[in-house]
Design a protein around this ligand. Structure first.
Ligand code: SUG
Length: 445
C-alpha cells in the first residue's frame, strides 16, 4: 500500500475581484451584487488560509489567477480597437462584466481530479470543468487547462483531458460536485459524482422538474469524466442532488456535503431519496467495511442555515499525525445551530481540532474555504513530480504578500471596472507573478 498525501491547491484571488452579482442561484453573489469589493483584502484572506493550512504540515499549493479583463472575450463580442478602446466601448453598452470576473479563485470548480489509485492506468487524471452554465465562468477552462498541465506536467504520472464539449447537456463544474470515500491509508476510493440534472438523457424531454434555480452539473458530464479517468464502475456512484437544495441556493454539492477519508457528512436534504443508502452499500461491497456517514437533520440545521453559514463548505483535513481538523468559515462561529452541529460532530469523533478562517471577501460571492481549494491525492513519487515553484513555503507566502500589497487595489466597484488602468495594472501584476511562481507561458501578456 502506497502512502499518499492530499495536496490542497488554492486559487489565488485575482486583482479584479469584484461583486457583479453574476451568479444566478448563488444567493451570496445575488445579495452582494454591485457592492464595492476589496481585492487586496480578498487575496490576503485567501493567502492567510493557505498559510494556516501549510503551517499544520499539510501540503499547500498555489494556483495563479487568470488574466482579467478577458480582452479576447470582449473582442469576440464585437468590441474593437486598442485595448483601452475595447474596454471603454464594452463599458458603454450593457457591460459584459463577465470579462472582469476573478471567479477562477474557486479552485474546487477548476477540474475533476481522480487519484492514481482509482484510475485504470495508475496515473492522476484531471478534467478541467467547462463551467458552461455562466459566461463569466465558461471563460476559465482554457487557462485552467494550461495551468494544470504546467504544474502537473510529467506524463508518466499525470493525465490531462480536454474539458467536456461546451453544451448545457454536458455542464460540468468540477470537484465541487465530487466526493470521495476511502479507508484511511492511501488505497483506492469510492468516487461519488453528484449531479443536478440528467443532461443527455433528459435534454429533449419536457419532464424536467420546474426549478427556481438551474442545476449546474449533469449526470452525462459526470459519467463522461468517470469514463475518461478510467474509473472502475464498481468504485463509482452517481448521486442526484435534491432539487429542493438547489432551489434553496445550494448551487454546488460542496455547499451541502463534504467527505474526507472514510467520512461523509451531509445535510438530510442534500441528495435524492435513497442516495445515502446507495453510497453505504457500494462502500461496503468495495471495502468490506462500513463508512462513517453523518446526516445532519433539517430540524437541527436547515438548508437556509447551510447556505447562510457554509458549514458544509469547511475543509476537513487530515493532519500528519492522522487526527482530523475541521476548518470552518468564521460565519459558523457566530451561529448557534452551526456550533451545535460542530460540537456534536466533534463528540462523535469526526474531528479532533476545530479552527475558523476569515474568507469573507470570497464568501460574499458565495465561495467558502472549500470552494477556494482543489484536492489532489498523490503518492510521494507523484508529489515530487509536481512543479515546485507553486508549493507554499514561508518564503513564497512572504513574496506573495508583498506582491499583493504592491499590485492590488483595496476598493473596486463594478463601475471602476471601466478604468483601462485596471487592465494594465493586472497585466503588470501577473507578469511579475509568473516569475515568482516560475510558471512562464501560462498567460498571453
Ligand atoms: O460559481 N461565484 C461562484 C462561487 C463558486 C463557489 N464554488 C464552490 N461552491 N465550489 C459561482 O457561483 C460570483 C461572481 C460574481 O457575482 O461576480 C460567482 O461566480
Amino acid at each position: 500500500m502506497k502512502i499518499t498525501v492530499e495536496i490542497q491547491c488554492d486559487g489565488l484571488v485575482g486583482p479584479t475581484h469584484n461583486y457583479a452579482g453574476l451568479a444566478w442561484g448563488n444567493l451570496a453573489s445575488m445579495r452582494h451584487g454591485q457592492q464595492t469589493a476589496n481585492p487586496r483584502l480578498a487575496a490576503l484572506q485567501g493567502l492567510a488560509k493557505m498559510e494556516l493550512v501549510a503551517g499544520l504540515g499539510i501540503t499547500q499549493l498555489v494556483l495563479p489567477p487568470h488574466q482579467r479583463p478577458d480582452l479576447g472575450l470582449l473582442r469576440r463580442l464585437g468590441f474593437c480597437g486598442s485595448d483601452a478602446q475595447v474596454i471603454r466601448r464594452a463599458m458603454r453598452h450593457a457591460p459584459p462584466l463577465a470579462a472582469w470576473s476573478a471567479a477562477a479563485m474557486w479552485a474546487a470548480n477548476a477540474a475533476s481530479v481522480s487519484p492514481s489509485a482509482d484510475c485504470a492506468d495508475g496515473r492522476i487524471h484531471f478534467t478541467p470543468a467547462n463551467l458552461i452554465g455562466q459566461l463569466h465562468r465558461s471563460i476559465e477552462a482554457a487557462t485552467t487547462a494550461r495551468i494544470l498541465r504546467a504544474i502537473f506536467s510529467t506524463p508518466q504520472f499525470f493525465a490531462h483531458h480536454d474539458p467536456l464539449p461546451p453544451v448545457p447537456a454536458l455542464g460540468d463544474e468540477g470537484a465541487a460536485n465530487q466526493l470521495r470515500l476511502a479507508p484511511p491509508g492511501g488505497r483506492r476510493g469510492l468516487e461519488i459524482f453528484v449531479y443536478g440534472s440528467d443532461g443527455l438523457a433528459s435534454a429533449n424531454t419536457a419532464d424536467r422538474p420546474a426549478r427556481r434555480y438551474p442545476a449546474r452539473q449533469t449526470a452525462a458530464a459526470s459519467a463522461a469524466v468517470a469514463r475518461n479517468h478510467g474509473l472502475h464502475s464498481r468504485a463509482v456512484a452517481f448521486i442526484r442532488q435534491n432539487p429542493a437544495a438547489i432551489d434553496a441556493g445550494v448551487f454546488h454539492n460542496d455547499v451541502i456535503a463534504l467527505s474526507q477519508d472514510n467520512v461523509l457528512i451531509c445535510h438530510e436534504h442534500a441528495f435524492a431519496t435513497g442516495a445515502v443508502e446507495d453510497i453505504r452499500r457500494r462502500y461496503r461491497m468495495l471495502f468490506r467495511t462500513e463508512p462513517v456517514i453523518c446526516v445532519v437533520p433539517d430540524r437541527r440545521f436547515s438548508l437556509a442555515d447551510a447556505v447562510d453559514t457554509y458549514l458544509f463548505n469547511s475543509q476537513l483535513l487530515t493532519l500528519p499525525d492522522g487526527r482530523r481538523l475541521w476548518l470552518a468559515p468564521e460565519e459558523c462561529q457566530h451561529h448557534r445551530r452551526a456550533m451545535d452541529v460542530l460540537q456534536s460532530l466533534q463528540d462523535q469523533g469526526i474531528f479532533a481540532v476545530l479552527k475558523f478562517v476569515n474568507v469573507r471577501q470570497s464568501m460574499h460571492n458565495g465561495g467558502g474555504p472549500a470552494c477556494l481549494r482543489l484536492r489532489v491525492v498523490a503518492t510521494a513519487v507523484e508529489l515530487a513530480a509536481v512543479h515546485q515553484g507553486v508549493m507554499l513555503t514561508a518564503t513564497l507566502a512572504g513574496r506573495l504578500r508583498q506582491w499583493i500589497q504592491r499590485h492590488y487595489r483595496d476598493r473596486l466597484s463594478p463601475r471602476d471596472l471601466a478604468d483601462p488602468k485596471l487592465s494594465s495594472e493586472s497585466c503588470a501584476a501577473l507578469d511579475e507573478l509568473v516569475t515568482i511562481l516560475c510558471l512562464p507561458g501560462i498567460y498571453d501578456l
